[in-house]
Design a protein. Structure first.
Length: 67
């Protein structure tokens, strides 16, 4: 079964799960993926900071991970 994420998944955990997801995060404006604060941020927090609806971002990431 493929990995899935939730809004509470931390960005650092997501990137360890599949580093190829980074273009999705870069596309929403999250350009400091390597900085310590972004690593501890949840997907929901990152989405809100960048003006993205969290549920749609989680769905997009999970669709990518399922491929």
């Amino acid at each position: 079964m493929a990995n899935t994420v939730e809004k509470t998944t931390r960005i650092g955990d997501l990137l360890r799960m599949d580093k190829d997801v980074s273009p999705i995060l870069l596309e929403i404006g999250m350009h400091c993926l390597g900085c310590p604060s972004s690593q501890m941020e949840t997907i929901e927090e990152a989405a809100m900071v960048h003006g993205i609806e969290p549920d749609s971002l989680v769905e997009r990431i999970n669709n990518f991970l399922a491929e």
